[in-house]
Design a protein around this ligand. Structure first.
Ligand SMILES: [Zn+2]
Ligand SMILES: [Zn+2]
Length: 459
């Protein structure tokens, strides 16, 4: 790919810790590099794609970058992706796709039917941003603000979903240009609300499925990708469990209110809670198989008491539970409940535990992964397709995988010279996606699609 060998840009960029002054220079240089990349893209010498596909890729690259910057500057929170879905729908209509809007409130679905019969596949991008105030001085940085959980918040594409949307719009553009040659159909799924379900409601993937996202078509496979702090120009393909199941836990510990100087006259739920928090850490470290069933217990919120010399009646805690192996979920939760209620009982308190499903694990079926990996390797070259370890963040793409065989993979977005340890992680106010990496994501998406519905476009 052109930018892999862009010797003008790369020496300008040097390794740096994120968050510091040097990162500011790095980001500026990376933006400059991506502008140069747009100009130098035509320097490409080899491609696994037929000439007409390659020409379409080259022509869409500058627009893909422009779309991404526009979305980055105008981020929208979960189920508020009104502007984003309007831009997406208008573009899909301009490509003469069959477009449905309002699927799961702000979701958009586009269908491209090829000139010949063949399989149906689906490609998915998530559209929502996060309640994060962007730091740094990108020329297209977000100044957007909104309301979240009753608070006034900054809004930022701190998870790279702006790039996912732009890449899928670009893929739709290229594939639409090949319409007559395609054998089958492609469903483009632009999903709202990936970042977490609203209280009592469904997240975007589950809601789209509940609202018949695929219509009367039945896809044979669905593919999705995610920006990830790894080397730009690479994709990471993980067979089997890839991302964790993630559920929310709410705990109420009830004691008996008393004077701070007369604890024996009551039951202290604060002391009970501190023992519960510590005891919970023995679930991963002492009660579950560390290799066969990696799990995480994190208590992220604790609230109790109103005054320094009153032992309160109750303490509330909230946390997240993560697990990779779906088969051990019930055992994990049985041990969580037992540890909480019996630790509370030992202090004389009681504990009520509620676990709410948030996302199931993202698991890539090995056979489909082998085929996908081969197609992406043909497009990118072996050096650009990495193996990886599963990670404990979650992704509601997993629900699409429940309905349709599906593959999810990462594409690296670190600026050249920045290691994974140095890069700002997803959800950080300095999360930064190096734009030339989007070309890799686009090529990977086109490769997996043309592998299924390529028809006459197959080289
Ligand atoms: Zn994300
Ligand atoms: Zn995220």
């Amino acid at each position: 790919m052109a930018w892999f060998t862009c010797t003008i840009c790369w020496p300008l960029v040097y390794a740096s810790k994120f968050g510091g002054q040097r990162m500011k220079h790095l980001v500026k240089l990376a933006v400059a590099a991506s502008m140069l990349f747009a100009a130098s893209a035509s320097a490409q010498t080899t491609t696994p794609f037929p000439a007409s596909v390659e020409a379409s890729i080259q022509s869409v690259l500058p627009r893909m970058i422009a779309w991404r910057r526009d979305f980055h500057e105008h981020p929208e929170l979960s189920y508020e992706e009104v502007r984003t879905s309007r831009v997406v729908a208008a573009h899909l209509r301009s490509l003469r796709l069959e477009v449905r809007t309002g699927v799961a409130q702000t979701g958009v679905v586009g269908v491209l039917r090829g000139g010949r019969p063949g399989p149906v596949i689906a490609l998915r991008a998530d559209m929502d941003a996060l309640p994060v105030t962007e730091e740094g001085d990108l020329p297209f940085r977000s100044r957007a603000r909104g309301h979240y959980n009753g608070q006034d918040v900054g809004i930022m594409h701190a998870c790279g979903h702006d790039t996912h949307v732009a890449v899928l719009m670009a893929a739709a553009t290229v594939l639409a240009s090949q319409r007559e040659q395609l054998a089958g159909a492609v469903i483009f799924v632009f999903q709202p609300s990936e970042e977490g379900a609203p209280p009592g409601g469904l997240g975007g993937a589950r809601r789209m499925l509940a609202e018949n996202v695929f219509g009367d078509l039945q896809p044979e496979a669905i593919y999705g990708l995610h920006a990830w702090p790894q080397a730009s120009g690479t994709v990471t393909m993980i067979s089997g469990p890839m991302m964790a199941g993630s559920d929310r836990i709410d705990i109420t510990v009830t004691g008996s209110q008393t004077h701070g100087a007369q604890p024996h006259a009551g039951i202290d739920p604060i002391v009970a809670s501190s023992q519960i928090i510590n005891a919970l850490q023995t679930v991963p470290s002492r009660q579950m198989d560390a290799v066969g069933s990696p799990v995480i217990v994190t208590i992220g919120m604790i609230q109790g008491g109103v005054r320094y010399n009153i032992i309160p009646q109750t303490v509330q805690m909230q946390g997240t539970l993560r697990y990779l192996n779906p088969e051990t979920r019930e055992r994990f939760y049985e041990r969580i409940r037992r540890t909480i209620t019996e630790t509370a009982a030992a202090t004389g308190a009681t504990a009520e535990v509620t676990i709410t499903e948030n996302a199931i694990p993202t698991v890539n079926p090995p056979e489909l992964m082998a085929r996908t990996r081969a197609a992406v390797t043909r497009a990118l070259g072996e050096d650009h397709v990495l193996n990886g370890q599963p990670v404990m963040p979650a992704e509601d793409f997993a629900y699409f995988q429940q309905a349709v065989p599906g593959i999810f993979f990462f594409y690296g977005v670190n600026p050249p010279g920045v290691t994974q340890a140095e890069a700002a992680p997803n959800h950080n106010p300095r999360f930064f996606a190096h734009e030339p990496a989007m070309e890799t994501a686009l090529r990977a998406m086109l490769a997996v699609t043309l592998d299924r519905v390529g028809g006459n476009t197959q080289s």
